[in-house]
Design a protein around this ligand. Structure first.
Ligand code: FES
Length: 217
């Protein structure tokens, strides 16, 4: 499948939010069924999708990311639906990589085995096995192996917030390093030697093309 920016990728498993109805209702349950159903190595593409008007995400006070459901392909509801957490940073830049970027958009897929995390006052928590993430998505407790994945985003001419790609990340201070998305449970080069990360954990769910090199958030 091709995206409007020409990017192709492997079949990405956004099944952490297969419980779309529950998510729409604002209840983040543990839809691990979809995760179990879908093969993690299946080819996929990530199709850019609108999360809705920007105004929907600008009222955040403190740390209270706005959950936003999305469906990449209505014909493949189980494997193309998901939930993103949109955090309004207080910055004004529409450049998602800027230190003053207006938003950070997190995936709600826990990086342990893929349960949906829920936002808390201090970050995110996973109900399945107790992983805890801070407000940057970095793991602070529990069995998750890496920070929460992040969506690349842009504000389009329709004044809506679009997510266009997904990246796995490592955070160090205020800097974020981006990687092609890996499945839950898979460490990234930087956490372990790259040769091991790329050979022992080859099941990258899809490639976003060349990762941004100078991510600042
Ligand atoms: S799936 Fe989140 S801690 Fe296990």
């Amino acid at each position: 499948m091709s995206t409007d920016d020409g990017v192709t990728r492997r079949r990405f498993l956004t099944v952490t939010t297969v419980g779309l109805g529950a998510a729409i209702g604002g209840v983040i349950v543990a839809p691990t069924i979809g995760y179990a159903l879908a093969p993690v190595t299946e080819e996929a593409t990530f199709s850019p999708v609108s999360l809705g008007p920007v105004s929907r995400f600008t009222g955040e006070q403190g740390f209270a990311p706005t959950p936003a459901t999305y469906i990449e392909d209505p014909a493949e509801l189980l494997t193309s639906s998901g939930l993103a957490y949109v955090h309004r940073t207080g910055g004004a830049s529409h450049d998602w990589l800027s230190p003053a970027a207006m938003f950070v958009v997190f995936s709600n897929r826990c990086t342990h085995v893929g349960c949906p995390v829920a936002a808390t006052l201090t970050g995110f928590g996973c109900p399945c096995h107790g992983s805890v993430f801070d407000q940057r998505g970095s793991r602070v407790a529990g069995p998750a192996v890496r920070p929460l994945d992040r969506f690349q985003w842009e504000i389009r001419s329709d004044d809506a917030l679009w997510i266009t790609k997904l990246w796995s990340v490592l955070n160090e201070g205020n800097r974020t390093e981006y990687f092609p998305v890996k499945s839950p449970g898979q460490p990234l080069a930087g956490q372990i030697p790259a040769i091991i990360a790329d050979t022992a954990y080859p099941a990258v769910t899809y490639s976003n093309s060349t990762p941004p090199q100078e991510g600042k958030r």
